[in-house]
Design a binder for this molecule. Structure first.
Ligand SMILES: *Cc1c(COP(=O)(O)O)cnc(C)c1O
Length: 386
């Protein structure tokens, strides 16, 4: 007898008809501003490698040395026998970088967010999240079993109303830089409200680290806030750091709590020590070479000026994430395909990643782009979006 469980064809067809079907393109060679895809060289405007460190010779050398010293696999979870001196040194350096007592490595950002929220909240508690938060923060909130409320995007008045409606343990959770819009959370207000209501505050600065702040310290440095004002700070290593993994930084007691209770920390294999060694190199470059941030800002301004002249619908962002709002999913996908034909890789972002009717081209910049490449992209956008 046929097993109807496996009848996926109808659902897949429906996704295709709604222009919501997702597929992968295969690249060859390193992650950089020029990518080889389907045997063709295209300019990459969709990577999160904002500082161009994923393929940096010093980061590669540190990785290779790490492999020579530690091998490839880490063998087990951190709490068994997988926590190497490379991991430990990176944690100490990330703690110093963020000005906090401790930092804890997680194998991915998704796992860090799921782990932190579910470790610190449970049934009967309350989690308040910006409605545009990254999926991993939303999933972490749901996994925790706490009462789950979303407040309007970057709206501290709405947050205050929802805070006033909770009379239990509360955690406020937000992206620092919003991943699909590029705008910032109103961090000073979030911090003030969290402390007024004695709520925890978790900020995920996946897209702020390396890009914002004089030494790449991210949104907290950008706003000049103290560690006490933003007690739980999460970052990913696969974006501006150019490597892989994630971390949470905070007080000694917070990190010890997470080591005991975060299931996505306890029950998973430690990331390879060589990745930690590579990240130590990228952390040095990220802090010291501020020309990468300066260049990125110049490229972003150049793009925004040009895009405004063309009447493109930009968003309220000065970060490396510069979406052009299209609206309709089919149009966004068509524009992305036509850009690729012209040699520019820009991804179309559709629901459910973004709200219905707000499909967009998500253009991201890297310090390794040239002004010529930015100008060429603007020309191609003009052709494609008429
Ligand atoms: C990318 C991202 C994550 C997930 O990090 P990974 O290391 O890729 O799992 C979490 N939060 C935000 C805001 C992100 O952009």
């Amino acid at each position: 007898m046929e097993n109807s469980f496996y009848d996926f064809a109808g659902e897949l067809e429906r996704l295709k008809q709604q222009s919501l079907y997702r597929s992968r393109r295969i690249i060859d060679g390193p992650q950089d501003v020029m990518l080889s895809v389907d045997g063709r060289q295209v300019v990459n405007f969709c990577s999160n490698d904002y500082l161009g460190l994923a393929n940096h010779p010093e980061v590669i050398a540190a990785f290779k040395n790490g492999v020579d010293r530690y091998g490839v696999g880490s063998g087990s979870a951190h709490l068994i026998c997988g926590h190497s001196s490379a991991h430990h040194a990176l944690e100490e350096e990330l703690a110093a970088f963020t000005g906090r007592e401790r930092a804890l490595l997680f194998s991915t950002g998704y796992m860090a967010n799921m782990g932190v929220i579910s470790a610190l909240l449970g049934r009967g508690d309350c989690v308040l999240e910006d409605r545009l938060n990254h999926a991993s923060l939303l999933d972490g909130g749901l996994l925790s079993g706490a009462r789950f409320k979303r407040y309007r995007h970057a709206d501290s008045d709405d947050l205050q109303t929802k805070l006033a409606g909770c009379d239990t343990k509360i955690m406020v959770v937000s992206d620092g830089v919003f991943s699909m819009d590029g705008d910032l959370a109103p961090l000073p207000e979030l911090s003030r409200l969290a402390s007024q209501y004695q709520a925890g505050l978790l900020i995920d600065d996946a897209h702020g680290f390396g890009v914002l702040g004089a030494t790449g310290g991210g949104i907290v440095q950008h706003f000049g806030l103290t560690p006490q004002e933003v007690p739980m700070l999460m970052g990913t290593l696969g974006k501006a750091f150019g490597t892989f993994g994630a971390f949470v930084a905070g007080s000694e007691a917070l990190i010890e709590m997470l080591i005991q209770k975060a299931r996505t920390y306890v029950f998973t294999t430690a990331l390879p020590a060589a990745v930690a060694e590579a990240t130590r190199a990228s952390l040095r470059l990220l802090q010291q070479e501020s020309w990468r941030r300066d260049k990125l800002q110049r490229l972003i301004r150049r793009f925004r000026d040009g895009a405004r002249q063309q009447g493109l619908q930009l968003m309220d962002s000065f970060t490396a994430i510069q979406p052009v709002l299209i609206g309709d999913s089919e149009r966004a996908v068509a524009a992305s395909n036509r850009l690729l034909e012209q040699g520019f890789w820009v991804s179309a972002i559709r629901p459910p990643t973004v709200p219905a009717g707000t499909a967009r081209l998500r253009i991201t910049f890297s310090a390794n782009h040239t002004e010529t490449q930015v100008d060429a992209l603007l020309e191609a956008l003009a052709k494609v979006l008429i």
